[in-house]
Design a protein around this ligand. Structure first.
Ligand SMILES: N[C@@H](CCC(=O)N[C@@H](CS)C(=O)NCC(=O)O)C(=O)O
Length: 359
């Protein structure tokens, strides 16, 4: 530990004693580590450490799942793997940190993680007040509600139909703010019950302790898909009550790091535009498609090396993790979530998934 770090820790310890407060060991360690690496870029810190620290959710079907063997999978998890593939040429060099909604931004600002990829909605206050910057939206979502047919609810119900009901969701989310605002506008009142992890909201829902659960539509579809108890539950309204653009989040004013994350996402989108997949990337015609050539390392890979990455960084992303469509399809199609005709379709097909040119 250098001198600065020791002084910092002493001052920090004095503040804690003075306030009679307790603190989170992990946050102290993370801050200590940050000070040890003062002057180093995020990329240098990650490269020196040898792995990426990626913040994911405590469990969101299709987005972050942990198998019995401790292995991670899901749409968000795949984007963590993609960033590791870009940096190390090895997608597996990731340490996942599961975070609840309420914990996520503190963990990011304390340096406990390098990037947050956790069904996180890009909002103005999170962008401007909380010290975050946001990468490209990887999944365009919107908030919906789930309730029981037995309570007279159907998929054509609206927020006006939940007056007087008990509504469960997790804390620290756009979800809790949106529902309160929308119910108020509809002239109703609800009893809002907030829990720490969304799985607790589902447990309460099943136990009959709440009449409605609400979160991003994908979260509801995911839970319903894997839970027999929820088969006769309906998701409404058909048009979501909010916009929830989900994507990677990182500390603000970290331009090189932002570029690395952003272009990892764009690389998966560009590869999808050309139909280049993990299986066929080695036979892609890079001369006939110069944009692909540049993305995959032509001209000594100057587009990538100028960002601090190896020339073949984005080739590795596609080879090891796949393009946007592969990532979407393998994780979300099994739940009944499809791109076709929706916001997550390619821009050329009427959707919003679009990348700037690799040039
Ligand atoms: N997109 C919203 C909601 C995010 C959220 O917490 N979603 C739930 C439902 S998918 C979740 O991830 N739960 C997992 C957890 O609580 O860790 C936000 O950014 O505030």
């Amino acid at each position: 530990m250098n001198k600065k770090a020791i002084v910092f820790l002493l001052v920090f310890a004095m503040v804690i004693v003075a306030c009679g407060d307790t603190t989170d060991d992990a946050a102290v360690e993370a801050t200590e580590e940050e000070h040890d690496h003062e002057g180093e870029s995020t990329l240098e810190q990650v490269q020196e450490r040898g792995f990426l620290k990626c913040g994911v959710s405590t469990g969101a079907t299709g987005f972050t799942e942990v198998g019995d063997d401790g292995s991670y999978s899901g749409f968000d998890v795949d984007y963590c793997y993609a960033v590791a593939a870009a940096i190390f040429g090895d997608y597996s060099k990731v340490e996942f940190k599961q975070l609840t909604s309420a914990e996520r931004f503190t963990a990011l600002s304390a340096g406990e993680i390098d990037v947050l990829i956790r069904n996180t909605t890009w909002t103005q206050s999170r962008d401007t007040e909380l010290g975050n910057d946001f990468g490209p939206t990887t999944y365009y979502d919107g908030q919906q509600l789930m309730g029981r047919v037995a309570d007279g609810l159907s998929n054509s119900s609206t927020v006006a139909d939940i007056d007087g009901l008990r509504v469960c969701t997790n804390a620290g989310t756009t979800t809790e703010k949106n529902i309160t605002e929308r119910v108020g506008l509809a002239g109703g009142t609800i009893q809002l019950i907030t829990v720490e992890a969304f799985s607790e909201a589902i447990d309460k829902f099943i136990a009959g302790e709440c009449d409605i659960v609400t979160t991003d539509g994908s979260g509801l579809v995911g839970r319903r898909a894997v839970n027999d108890a929820l088969n006769d539950w309906v998701i409404f309204p058909t048009s979501p009550i909010s916009k929830e653009p989900l994507g990677p989040t990182y500390r603000s004013n970290d331009s090189q790091w932002a570029d690395i994350i952003n272009w990892t996402v764009y690389a998966t989108i560009i590869a999808d535009e050309y139909g280049v997949t993990a299986a066929n990337v080695d036979s892609a015609d890079l001369e006939a498609n110069p944009e692909l050539g540049r993305l995959f390392g032509a001209n000594d890979g100057e587009l990538q090396t100028k960002m601090g990455l190896s020339a073949d960084a984005y080739y590795n992303v596609i080879k090891q993790v796949g393009n946007y469509d592969e990532i979407f399809s393998r994780n979300l199609n099994p739940l009944g979530l499809f791109r076709e005709g929706g916001d997550n379709d390619r821009w050329v097909d009427g959707g919003l998934i679009y990348a700037p040119p690799a040039r």
